[in-house]
Design a protein around this ligand. Structure first.
Ligand code: HEM
Length: 416
């Protein structure tokens, strides 16, 4: 069995997860950062843990005696003063902030955004469609979500490439020229983004006061009120930051992993392409859910910290211990999913945990679904003979294991 967190494991973690689930379903391990944590791998335990109020999302609850105080959570968020966001807080603060953001980030806003996502998707494909080859990660899956969320937030077009670069740094995305994010680059990028967001929020607040406000999401966040309460400037900045951060790498990887899975399963890909041709929206929507279950982007980015001693899946967890729910393992649990290692785009009863569960259930799920479905359907409609340009063993997966995604996905096709 490959060592946990090695690159061989990253290439195909699922056999290891099957073994862990059978032998030590709640497994104590040392993460590459040096932090000791529990990994939860069974579906039933995972669902229970995600909704268990004794498990806090607040990293400050992390016991100080473990090695890694300061090493949990999003890099740089602490020093940039961006800690007060949904993924770091518990009720009642979480309830208040989630209610406020839900007034601005509505399913209706997402539905109205569909033509813009289609336009962005086509523009990106236009960039490589005439060439007959492309890297689907750098040229497609990576830029689409960042431009989409920038547009939705109301970041002016001329600033969006800065955002793309900061976001790339933040997730240590390899730069197109082969460079990696330099040391300290993540914290610097978070700081720059924070300063930019503070100024943007300030400008939008002034525009709203002067009655020339726009209908973008940041203006919506500033306007949102609940029983007379509003977001403070700090809270609005942390909210914009988390919408960007939580909605970016996840969607990149859903598009990348999803395209990869379709290209490697010809019968399923044919089914998908037929649904695109027939306009079978129900099949396409179900297909995106199955791609998320089968090889989802969030492997273990589900930190929680025990606020009291508790027992989970037979393991005794001490107060302050970090717990990581391994969604990728839970969603391949044979006790919950029939034939879990088979990609079946017509799967029914597919209540996967890819978007989490409970009060922290993904706020951006409607946007993620819209982007992934538009991206994959448009790609296979416009480039119907799209095929991988390298063998599976030549692909490199990004390490880290908090997220699961490819570094590159080279493809070939008949030029448009
Ligand atoms: C929360 C997955 C896209 C915003 C979550 C959680 C998961 C998740 C698993 C729960 C984490 C936990 O319980 O610890 C995904 C996946 C996506 C995606 C797989 C794409 C395929 C997005 C997008 C946005 C977004 C596009 C926004 C633009 C959020 C926010 C939270 C969240 C704000 C925190 C909600 C809360 O704590 O109340 N997401 N996400 N996500 N997601 Fe997503």
């Amino acid at each position: 069995m490959p060592e946990l967190f090695s690159w061989q494991f990253a290439a195909d973690p699922y056999p290891t997860y099957h073994r862990l689930r059978e032998r030590t379903p709640v497994h104590r391990t040392t993460l590459p950062s040096g932090v000791e944590a529990w990994l939860v791998t069974r579906y039933a335990d995972a669902r229970q843990a995600l909704a268990d109020q004794r498990l806090s999302k607040n990293p400050l609850r992390h016991s100080e005696n473990a090695h890694g105080k300061g090493k949990v959570g999003i890099p740089g968020e602490r020093s940039a003063g961006l800690m007060t966001h949904l993924l770091n807080i518990d009720p009642p603060d979480h309830t208040r902030l989630r209610r406020l953001v839900s007034k601005a980030f509505t399913p209706r806003r997402v539905a109205e955004f569909a033509p813009r996502v289609q336009q962005l998707t086509d523009r990106l494909i236009d960039g490589f469609a005439g060439r007959g080859e492309a890297d689907l990660i750098h040229e497609f899956a990576f830029p689409l979500p960042i431009y989409a969320i920038c547009d939705m937030l109301g970041v002016p077009a001329e600033d969006q490439d800065d955002f793309r670069d900061w976001a790339g740094m933040m997730i240590r995305h390899d730069l197109p020229d082969g460079r990696r994010t330099p040391r300290g680059g993540v914290a610097r990028a978070v700081k720059r983004m924070r300063a930019y967001l503070a100024e943007l929020i300030h400008r939008k607040r002034e525009a709203l006061a002067g009655d020339s406000g726009a209908d973008d999401l940041i203006s919506g966040l500033i306007r949102a009120s609940d029983h007379g309460e509003h977001l403070t400037e700090n809270e609005a900045a942390a909210m914009a930051f988390i919408l960007l951060f939580a909605g970016f790498e996840t969607t990149v990887n859903l598009i990348g992993n999803g395209a990869h899975a379709l290209l490697r399963h010809p019968a399923q890909r044919e089914l998908f392409q037929r649904a695109v041709h027939d306009g079978d929206e129900a099949l396409l929507a179900g297909a995106v859910e199955e791609l998320l279950r089968y090889d989802g982007p969030v492997e273990m980015a589900t930190w929680r910290f025990a606020t009291e001693p508790l027992t989970l899946g037979g393991a005794r967890i001490a107060e302050g211990d970090p717990v990581l729910v391994v969604l990728a393992a839970a969603d391949r649990d044979p006790a919950r999913f029939h034939d879990p290692d088979t990609l079946d785009l017509t799967r029914r009863d597919n209540q996967h945990l890819g978007y989490g569960h409970g009060i922290h259930y993904c706020l951006g799920a409607p946007l993620a679904r819209l982007e992934a479905q538009t991206a994959l359907a448009t790609l296979l409609r416009r480039l119907p003979d799209l095929r991988p340009a390298v063998e599976p063993d030549q692909l490199r997966w990004r390490g880290g294991l908090i997220m699961r995604g490819l570094r590159t996905l080279p493809v070939r096709f008949t030029p448009e």
